[in-house]
Design a binder for this molecule. Structure first.
Ligand code: MN
Length: 257
């Protein structure tokens, strides 16, 4: 089993090292991660300049490389440059949760998503951070338990996993999507010019059964994600509304405009 480990916090993150250490007990590990922090980069890829990767001796126990690119770049480069097939990609452990709307701009999740786009199953791990330092030994136990549950072979899948500081158990969840909780706050720079901070303040409580709910209840959240973003209900409604023949509603054939 060949496991590629990446993240968006950068090659020097202690979360990356912790994840690689767990992965080592499941197979051969190679680390390919951004040379600087790339949090909130989403699924950005580098298309207007070349990429390179260099050894990163900071992780002595593993073949580790730093890339001058995004998390998605790292996974694409890591999969293409390993001379054997990669069986699994792990991303994280991100220092900061990736729940609900965060999934849309998370670089941690995007690294895993890039793997599935390339046909490789992947799991993204994120954890809460606060005033206390993360308890990596505890987090490693949680990651081990999750990997034992999810590494069953078969078709490749994409999972978003969020780890509480201490887990009360595992919850199978859906992504919370009730409302976006970002807010623009205006301020002034030292030269008197207006600028803005994008802040994230929860506006509503979490819905039962969601990733946010699980973390509020101290549970390890596992959300299976898919690449197809189609709103199937709306698609069915539109087809029936505009081309209400049984054949068209199934095949999506369109009338001439
Ligand atoms: Mn991050």
């Amino acid at each position: 089993m060949r496991i590629l480990v990446s993240n968006d916090d950068g090659i020097y993150s202690p979360g990356l090292k912790a994840l690689a250490e767990v992965a080592r007990s499941f197979g051969d590990v190679r680390v390919v991660a951004p040379d600087v922090e790339q949090s909130s980069m989403g699924h950005a890829i580098t298309a207007n300049r070349p990429l390179d990767y260099r050894p990163a001796p900071i992780l002595k126990e593993f073949a580790a490389f730093r890339v001058n690119g995004t998390p998605a770049d790292c996974v694409a480069l890591g999969i293409s440059q390993w001379d054997k097939d990669v069986d699994l990609v792990l991303s994280g452990i991100n220092l900061g949760l990736n729940l609900g709307n965060s999934v849309w701009h998370s670089g941690t999740v995007a690294a895993a998503k890039q793997a599935l786009l390339l046909g490789v199953g992947a799991i993204a791990f994120s954890t809460e951070v606060g005033d206390e330092k993360p308890d990596f030994e505890n987090l490693k136990q949680q990651v081990t338990a999750v990997l034992k549950l999810l590494m069953k072979g078969g078709e490749p899948h994409l999972y978003n996993v969020n780890l509480p500081r201490r887990s009360r158990g595992i919850a199978w969840t859906k992504q919370s999507a009730r409302s976006y909780d970002g807010k623009m706050v205006a301020a002034t720079d030292p030269m008197g010019r207006r600028h803005f901070w994008f802040t994230v303040v929860p506006l509503t409580g979490p819905e039962p059964g969601t990733d946010r709910w699980a973390l509020e209840h101290g549970e390890t959240s596992i959300t299976p994600l898919r690449l197809d973003l189609t709103d199937q209900t709306e698609l069915d409604r539109l087809r029936l509304l505009h081309y209400p023949t049984p054949d068209n509603s199934k095949t999506g054939q369109s009338e001439r405009l």
